[in-house]
Design a binder for this molecule. Structure first.
Ligand code: PLZ
Length: 436
């Protein structure tokens, strides 16, 4: 990132000619099923900027979907990766262990909510973390039912899809899905759905408390549209789990690692889960996932029951340790909170002007606006897509989200400067003005 100027710059139509050429090659070589948010090809990225192969520079409000929390070329991460690659790239931890893996587990045991005795398993992705969390919960409870929520997203593997709430594009045509997965209502204050009492009643009456191995929940629904549940809802679920011998699995894949202005989003609600799943922001851009569980639970699993060829790859571990060090050294937990304090008031001011903004919500550097028909509050996915596309053409990389596709979400790297944040919000404001 060292010499990447921290400024937005659009020098060609979007996509530019080189990107358009690469898109053509891509079309011939890749399946159509892999989507594209913004059809420009990356050349460099760092700080709050992503530069494409045509020399356009985008303000990054995406972080590769909440991954490059410390930036896409953070100096500590780059140096640590270089050093590790020089030493060795792989041994398979189960064949011959290495220190980096242990150090990442120690860090996760220290940083995740609760001061109880914990153990961590490392894997390659968020989906794999969720898969393993459910394996551990079933093993230790001897129960089979798994509860997930509307608006939830947990990955694209069979179990990940089964736990995910949204059919298109994630599940359509890909079934049958894993059995013994039950779906409860998620707390969605803006739409007035999912109160704790009806959720608990569903668990008791429809699924049956004694059948439930675990409840898998995102503390803030990510892909579902950055839905922050009502205060006390997550705590109420945790209490229900405790009372009924079910395990609470907090999927912190998107919310974790400083993103929301706390190390983990559960902290905002004072909730201590039995198992926490992590990935995304942990690896400093390299693929790494984790399952951190109460020691008494995870240690029950027999030797050889958990693992994988690549899980906790040494290069990914070195990157993760450097990313963690960066978060701590640069005070990025506080920075995330400050980013929220800058963005939320500006977005609320926009809401006062543009009545298509039905809701402004989020925590820290995980914020969103929900776009609606102001007369009915009906989700307006077409408007959302138009605004996103105008932002892209003007050099702001934004993502959409939401079960109804009507949420614009903002996930800047935490190392972005205030000027770029304001600049990005200016682009958004112009796109709103042009669309309404
Ligand atoms: N749990 C809460 O947000 C991944 C999905 C991108 P993987 N979210 C981005 C896409 O289109 O597939 C996610 C998540 C939560 C689990 C996952 C899955 O993480 O690392 O993508 O497997």
């Amino acid at each position: 990132m060292s010499d990447l100027p921290q400024e937005r710059r659009v020098v060609t139509p979007i996509p530019g000619p080189r990107s358009a050429e690469l898109m053509q090659r891509r079309r011939k070589a890749l399946p159509a099923g892999v989507g594209t948010t913004l059809p420009v090809f990356a050349a460099r990225a760092g700080g709050g900027i992503l530069e494409d192969v045509d020399g356009n520079q985008f303000v990054d409000f995406a972080s590769g979907i909440a991954v490059t929390t410390v930036g896409a070329s953070a100096p500590r991460v780059v140096a640590a990766v270089r050093e590790q690659v020089d030493a060795f790239t792989h041994t398979c931890f189960q064949v011959t262990p290495y220190e980096g893996y242990v150090a990442v587990c120690e860090a996760l045991n220290r940083l995740t909510p609760g001061d109880h005795d914990k153990r961590t398993l490392l894997v390659n992705s968020g989906a794999e973390a969720v898969e393993n969390a459910v394996k551990i919960a079933r093993y230790t409870t001897g129960r089979s039912a798994v509860v997930a929520f509307d608006h939830g997203f947990h990955g694209r593997t069979l179990l990940g899809m089964s736990l995910t709430g949204k059919v298109m594009p994630y599940k359509q045509g890909f079934g049958p899905f894993a059995p013994e997965v039950y779906r409860a209502e998620y707390s969605y204050p803006y739409r007035g759905t999912g109160d704790l009492q009806s959720t608990v009643q569903y668990l008791d009456k429809t699924v049956g408390a004694r059948n439930i191995a675990c409840v898998v929940v995102e503390p803030i629904a990510g892909e579902g549209g950055f839905i922050v549940p009502a205060p006390g809802w997550l705590g109420g679920l945790a209490e229900w789990c405790r009372d009924n011998g079910s395990l609470l699995i907090a999927d912190e894949v998107q919310t974790g690692f400083a993103r929301t202005g706390a190390w983990f989003a559960c902290e905002h609600e004072g909730v201590v889960p039995d198992i926490v799943t992590t990935a995304k922001g942990m690896g400093g851009g390299l693929p790494l996932g984790g399952v951190t569980a109460r020691a008494d639970l995870i240690d029950a699993v027999h030797v050889g029951g958990l693992g994988g060829t690549f899980g906790g790859n040494p290069v990914a571990c070195a990157a993760a340790l450097a990313a963690l060090e960066t978060i701590e050294a640069e005070g990025l937990v506080d920075r995330a909170r400050a980013i929220g304090e800058l963005m939320l008031p500006r977005l609320r001011a926009l809401q006062a002007t543009y009545d298509v903004i039905g809701d402004v919500r989020g925590r820290g550097a995980m914020v969103a606006i929900e776009l609606v028909d102001p007369r009915t509050d009906a989700p307006d996915a077409a408007l959302t897509a138009r605004i996103a596309s105008t932002c892209h053409s003007n050099g702001l990389l934004v993502l959409t989200a939401g079960s109804y596709g009507n949420v614009l979400r903002f996930l800047p790297p935490l190392v972005i400067g205030d000027e770029l944040l304001h600049d990005g919000l200016d682009v958004l404001e112009k796109a709103l003005a042009a669309a309404s």
